[in-house]
Design a protein around this ligand. Structure first.
Ligand code: NA7
Length: 537
């Protein structure tokens, strides 16, 4: 089978890419390893799964009709609601007919002579395409740490991103959860309500800001519809792709203590991921950050009745915002339940999993089930899980062995006609990702239209432009607090992974301007060629 475009993945990025590629009159096929659409929101079905970006921001903006007809029910949408949304999008735009479900892309090889990609899938097909677009996602390759003895455990072990449809009945079970990142923090309060007893194995305590979630009433929905255009303008102007007017705030050190506390209290009461925006300098000034961090740690302590447990949860050793700030609902209060035990595995490390449970240096825990809320091989994991080979059979894994780089995060040299949506070098996970996805897809499909108009068959990145862009990405990251703390953002959660921030921290607004300017200047830094290939459609 031959297509103009093959797209990997039917999550938010793949669905929109398919929509736009079809709009160009090109033939397309999407391969999706799940049996439904939604990507992250298809896979992450664990109890409590919810987006930590507000529903009115975490949605497509490409269709006015879609935006006006869809009604969100809560400030922070749950996984089931998001899955319904992506299903609605797939149906509304008749996308399913070009998606092949339960089909994983295992291998893609660029055929230099034919100027085509040959794509092999888990069900034994090989198809060819002029263009290959990865919409495989930044958080889709799960990370399950290897713990000695895990294979001998007699109970059930499950990663949160592999929670089955229909759920799991935890009634009467002794359950252990490893991991207290965004996922663990969302899942733990819900698991605690169902399990007989829940043991939480925490290695690193984290900042948690209350979501202050709420249902959306008619008045709010009406206002959201009324203002959607204005929000879109704000999204474009903002550095993170969020649709709110950035408030003019002073630096924390410019005001007295009482004013500071009042502002932090107000930000706490508003809730959500924007807590640090109470002042302009929390993310840039160490002293201001320390004051904000202390405020949050005191709040955490105030929620937990057992002082030793409160200490374990609140003794946070990194600056606020250096890891992704967690948005929580009833998380800290959950430790006041009699059926929840916090085990500090930084002080008392996990040594092995036994047939009956889990052992630490100081204790052992009988368990019926182990839940791995242990995250993902972020940014590059899903790309490198496939065997992608560029010119001359160069494996992407080899090209990126010393670190991932792609020009604008979109194209990596020696892999012609291969585009990445939210690839390394783009703002990706450090933004309202669905808005970034739209920008990427629009840029890529405009580029495809440009190539058709100018009879160009092949696009590649100039290696020098790519190296310079990657240098800039690293330079900006080096100035930020987030590059200095271990987390999945730096890749330190994956054994053997080269560490460092691989996303662009210069702001989505600046990034968009750069991408647009490069396109307007004849795609500076990209190399096009006219092909005499017989396969040209
Ligand atoms: P994260 O944020 O990577 O969190 C993973 C958690 O699992 C974190 O608490 C880790 O502790 C813990 N972990 C991982 N391996 C181990 C081992 N071997 N022993 C003990 N604890 C371990 O993943 P999430 O899924 O929560 O969130 C990912 C993103 O999804 C999130 O940022 C949002 O963007 C949505 P550590 O902190 O490494 O000590």
């Amino acid at each position: 089978m031959e297509f103009d475009v093959v797209i990997i993945g039917a999550g938010a990025a793949g669905l929109y890419a398919l929509y736009r590629v079809r709009g160009l009159g090109l033939s397309a096929k999407v391969f999706e390893k799940g049996d439904g659409v939604g990507g992250t929101w298809y896979w992450n079905r664990y109890p409590g799964a919810r987006c930590d970006v507000e529903s009115w921001d975490y949605c497509y903006t490409f269709s006015e009709e879609l935006e006006l007809e869809w009604e969100w029910t809560e400030r922070f949408p749950t996984q089931p609601e998001l899955e319904r949304y992506f299903n609605h999008v797939a149906d509304r735009f008749d996308l399913r007919r070009d998606i092949e479900f339960d089909t994983r892309v295992d291998r893609a090889r660029f055929d230099d002579d034919q100027n085509r990609w040959l794509i092999s899938t888990s069900n034994g097909q090989t198809v060819s395409a002029r263009f290959l677009i990865s919409a495989a996602g930044c958080l889709s390759e799960v990370n399950t740490p290897r713990i000695e003895g895990a294979e001998n455990f007699e109970g059930r072990q499950i990663h949160t991103a592999r929670w089955p449809q229909g759920g799991i009945d935890l009634t009467g079970l002794q359950v252990g959860v490893i991991g207290t990142g965004s996922t663990g923090v969302q899942a733990i309060p819900q698991l605690a309500k169902q399990a007989e007893h829940l043991f939480v194995f925490q290695r690193t305590p984290q900042f948690g800001i209350p979501a202050q979630n709420r249902p959306l009433d008619d008045e709010t929905l009406e206002e959201l519809k009324h203002n959607y255009r204005e929000r879109w303008e704000f999204k474009r102007a903002s550095s993170t792709g969020m649709g709110r007017h950035p408030a003019e705030v002073p630096a924390a050190l410019e005001v007295d203590e009482a004013t500071r506390t009042q502002a932090f209290e107000a930000s706490w009461a508003r809730g959500g991921p924007g807590f640090a925006r109470a002042f302009s300098d929390v993310m840039t000034n160490a002293q201001s950050n320390q004051i904000a961090s202390q405020f949050v740690m005191d709040k955490i302590r105030g929620k937990v009745t057992d002082p030793a447990v409160a200490d374990s949860l609140a003794a946070i050793d990194h600056p606020l915002g250096a890891r992704r700030v967690i948005v929580e609902i009833d998380y800290f209060e959950t430790y006041n339940r009699p059926n929840v035990t916090l085990v500090d595995v930084a002080a008392d490390p996990i040594t092995e999993i036994t047939p009956q449970g889990l052992r630490t240096t100081a204790g052992s825990y009988d368990l019926d089930m182990i839940v791995y809320a242990t995250g993902f091989d972020g940014m590059t994991g899903a790309l490198l899980a496939m065997d992608i080979q560029g010119v001359g059979g160069l494996p992407l894994r080899d090209k990126w062995a010393d670190g991932a780089g792609a020009y604008l995060g979109l194209v990596t040299s020696e892999f012609p006609n291969f585009f990445m949506i939210t690839g390394p070098g783009s703002p990706a996970v450090y933004s309202n990702v669905i808005f970034s996805i739209e920008q990427h897809v629009d840029w890529i499909t405009d580029c495809l239209a440009h190539m058709a108009d100018h009879d160009l068959d092949r696009i590649d990145a100039d290696p020098d432009a790519e190296a310079e862009w990657t240098r800039q990405v690293h330079e900006i990251a080096a100035q930020s607090i987030i590059g200095k703390t271990d987390s999945w953002w730096t890749g330190s959660n994956i054994e053997g992974k080269r560490q460092g921030i691989t996303f662009y921290l210069g702001g989505t607004n600046t990034y968009r301007e750069i991408c647009d300017e490069i396109a307007a200047n004849g795609y500076e830094g990209f190399v096009f060629s006219e092909s005499t290939s017989p396969a040209r459609a």
